[in-house]
Design a protein. Structure first.
Length: 122
């Protein structure tokens, strides 16, 4: 699989996990498709990525973001919920996810439009 194909697949998975800014019960596939362990894995990965994407510039969240970045940058596969193992669970390329995280960190504060959980009529 080429990098372009891999990135497209990774992007779809990442977009699904990060849609709406938080993981809502309606976003989790039916229970018959995901085990409780996979739902927990999605919540762990989503929580870290959303915190970094949406709150990396907030001084009040500096420690949380630093811990999340350390977790994402680690090459550990020993524990069940390491970043690399969760990327495996969702068939994500860790390098691609890390590149997106680095891009988020370079964005100017306030330039990212936060997701809205509510839809507005046109």
């Amino acid at each position: 699989m080429s990098d372009t194909q891999s990135s497209r697949g990774d992007g779809q998975v990442l977009d699904h996990l990060l849609a709406g800014g938080e993981m809502l019960p309606a976003q989790v596939p039916q229970e018959s498709l995901w085990t409780p362990e996979k739902r927990l894995a999605a919540a762990v990965l989503t929580s870290a990525l959303i915190a970094i994407r949406d709150h990396h510039d907030r001084a009040s969240r500096r420690r949380e973001i630093a811990a999340d970045l350390e977790w994402i940058r680690a090459d550990d596969r020993d524990a069940p919920y390491t970043f690399l193992r969760l990327c495996d669970v969702f068939d994500l390329d860790p390098g691609w996810v890390r590149k997106n995280v680095a891009r988020w960190l370079r964005e100017e504060p306030g330039t990212r439009v936060p997701f809205s959980l509510h839809r507005h009529a046109a």
